[in-house]
Design a protein around this ligand. Structure first.
Ligand code: AMP
Ligand code: MG
Length: 408
């Protein structure tokens, strides 16, 4: 189709993004065992269960003494007992005594200083200091409450749970936390020409590669409820299967069938199934035919153009951010990057340009343009890291022009 077929002004990418976000309510919340929460979005606040550390904690293997004794010149001690981690604190019986302590132990009552093993010799139960010892009170001791106070806010709702956040939730004593449910995704390829990898293929046919790319991009971001299907350009088949998928999934991602050819039946069939069209066509290249609608139960339905470069770009630019927002995840800051060489573009459309990111000798990253021949040319994506979004042309974006970077 030519550029002039539609006279109605097209939506900009920002408007499309906002229109999608406005239609997607927050995804439901579920309480899950902590061991199953990595990668999830926290939907509650986590507060310190106790002071951290919860007691004056020894942080060296050595002996605990009263620092007063050091200041009074005592250089030898009788070892009264041993205090291991996990045992309730002992009490020092005399200022001439020391208590042997292990890292992680509770500081014994009556002591306020830990002398590390390297600074004394032990003969029987007698300790002799072998060097000058720092007598500052609470040396080699981590004070109770030094890291956080009981009741302090440790993790805020919206936080993505990585290993440190999981450790914090565990230390707050939580066996389960409330996180966003993952949507059940159905990734659907449409087209009579598509053939599964591994199956015999004729000269006029095309590999069904998009579904693999979409599923991979979702899985790489931690989504694991991802199924897929293939539908022919046949109204009855599309209608029957899409109605089934709408009943069982929260997000449908279709590729192909949204342009204006005779067999681009997806928008029509979706509408007949009660999916309300929110947008069709965006002022962008590639990916102009993109479609988005909302199903009767609030299902998100993305109709991505079938050309492989368009599919992947629309997925990364719109679908994944929309789902992340619907999960209540705090948005990641947008990555900005400068073009390594000038680029010209002559259409009044936002230009999504694939790039390879390379760092120069001063550690500065640059986006090296890797334009594709057409939006079907996924071969040019080899070695790329993502794409930049350039504002509508016609324009020459000079070397050093700074744009948003989206990584695959
Ligand atoms: P369509 O959007 O259906 O007009 O498809 C545009 C182009 O993308 C056609 O050349 C299709 O063969 C190709 N295409 C569509 N779906 C896929 C897919 N799942 N994998 C690879 N290529 C596809
Ligand atoms: Mg098609």
């Amino acid at each position: 189709m030519t550029e002039t077929t539609h006279t109605k002004p097209l939506m900009t990418p920002e408007a499309a993004e906002a229109a999608i976000d406005a239609q997607l309510p927050g995804l439901p919340i579920e309480a899950r065992p902590l061991s199953q929460c990595v990668g999830g979005t926290l939907r509650e606040n986590v507060y310190a269960e106790r002071d951290y550390p919860p007691f004056d904690r020894v942080c060296m293997d050595g002996i605990a003494v009263a620092s007063d004794s050091l200041r009074h010149g005592v250089r030898g001690y009788t070892v009264q007992a041993t205090q291991a981690a996990g045992a309730p604190p002992l009490a020092l019986e005399s200022i001439e005594n020391a208590i042997e302590v292990m890292t992680g132990a509770s500081l014994p009552h009556g002591t306020d200083c830990v002398v590390p093993m390297e600074q004394y010799e032990l003969a029987g139960n007698h300790v002799s200091l072998t060097q000058a010892v720092n007598d500052t009170p609470f040396r080699n001791v981590q004070r109770k409450g030094e890291d956080a106070r009981r009741g302090a806010l440790m993790l805020e709702g919206g936080t993505r749970l990585g290993a440190p956040e999981i450790a914090i939730a565990a230390s707050a004593g939580l066996a389960r936390v409330r996180i966003s449910s993952q949507p059940a995704f159905m990734v659907i390829s449409t087209g009579d020409e598509l053939v599964e990898p591994g199956e015999a293929i004729a000269g006029h046919q095309v590999r069904r590669s998009n579904v693999y790319a979409v599923v991979a991009a979702l899985r790489a971001r931690g989504f694991d409820r991802v199924s897929n299907d293939h539908l022919r350009d046949d109204e009855a088949m599309l209608s029957g299967r899409l109605s089934l998928h709408l009943a069982t999934h929260e997000a449908l991602i279709l590729s192909g069938g949204v342009s204006m050819g005779r067999f681009d039946l997806v928008p029509k069939v979706l509408k007949s199934l009660g999916v309300r069209e929110v947008l069709h066509r965006v002022a962008q290249r590639p990916g102009k035919p993109m479609w988005f609608g909302v199903g009767p139960r609030g299902q998100a339905v993305f109709g991505l153009p079938g050309n492989p470069v368009s599919t992947l770009i629309c997925l990364v630019r719109y679908v994944i951010p929309a789902i992340v927002t619907a999960m209540g995840t705090r948005p990641m800051p947008v990555e900005r990057i400068a073009l390594a060489q000038s680029v010209a573009f002559d259409l009044p459309l936002a230009y999504f340009l694939p790039v390879a990111v390379e760092t120069d000798e001063w550690g500065q990253p640059w986006a090296h343009p890797r334009p594709t021949n057409t939006s079907g040319d996924f071969v040019s994506l080899i070695g790329t890291d993502g794409f930049v979004e350039l504002p509508p042309g016609p324009m020459t974006y000079s070397k050093g022009f700074v744009a948003n970077l989206y990584r695959w």
